[in-house]
Write a protein that binds this ligand. Structure first.
Ligand code: HEM
Ligand code: HEM
Length: 143
């Protein structure tokens, strides 16, 4: 399998771990104990450190795509959505760093902000992947 598709596959798996643990933390914040909230936070942080590492590799592999943004082309590719995805990714990561440094426990407004941005990021990520499903399937099959 080509490295880019191996990265895509890892992105997809880690994304599921990220979003699932994110929902579990949010649920625990409302209906469960602080201990459960804390345990899911640990899972979420570990999953997302891995997700971040693979995301950096994914972005590096597509660096030419970012460079192409500075040129005017007639490309019909979904550029706006991918630009939005990149910006939401950055906002989600920055808000998570803020949470780690400054927020104490569950129920903070910064935590809610991160949760909402995370969900929008999640929806765009699913669209991003679905749109490229055929390319991905072909790339994985060539293994
Ligand atoms: C790039 C992706 C993401 C990264 C790097 C990230 C990272 C983090 C980090 C570092 C924390 C702080 C944990 C703590 O204080 O112990 C956190 C909290 C949280 N994340 Fe994420 N996260 C990401 C995506 C998501 C997504 C997609 C969701 C939505 C389902 C989500 C939901 C949450 C929730 C609910 C919290 C707890 C907020 C609080 O009450 O303080 N995260 N995240
Ligand atoms: C959330 C999980 C993600 C999955 C499963 C995923 C998967 C994919 C796939 C299958 C492709 C096309 C095949 C390839 O060339 O690699 C692709 C392309 C690309 N991805 Fe992702 N991706 C994800 C998240 C992201 C994020 C967060 C960003 C930006 C921060 C991003 C930026 C790009 C870019 C710039 C391209 C190339 C341009 C294009 O095809 O339009 N991806 N991704």
């Amino acid at each position: 399998m080509k490295p880019i598709f191996r990265t895509d596959l890892m992105m997809a798996l880690l994304f599921v771990a990220s979003i699932y643990s994110g929902f579990e933390i949010h649920y625990a914040g409302h209906f469960q104990s602080h201990e459960v909230w804390h345990n899911w936070s640990v899972v979420h942080v570990v999953a997302n450190v891995l997700f971040l590492v693979i995301s950096i590799i994914h972005i590096k592999q597509h660096w030419n795509w970012y460079k192409s943004l500075t040129k005017i082309t007639s490309s019909k590719k979904p550029r706006i959505i991918t630009i939005l995805l990149s910006l939401l990714f950055a906002t989600t990561v920055l808000s998570s760093i803020y949470l780690l440094l400054f927020a104490k426990g569950e129920g903070t407004s910064a935590g809610f902000f991160h949760y909402v941005v995370g969900i929008i990021f999640g929806v765009l990520s699913i669209g991003h992947f679905v749109k490229r499903w055929k390319v991905f399937k072909k790339g994985v099959r060539k293994a």
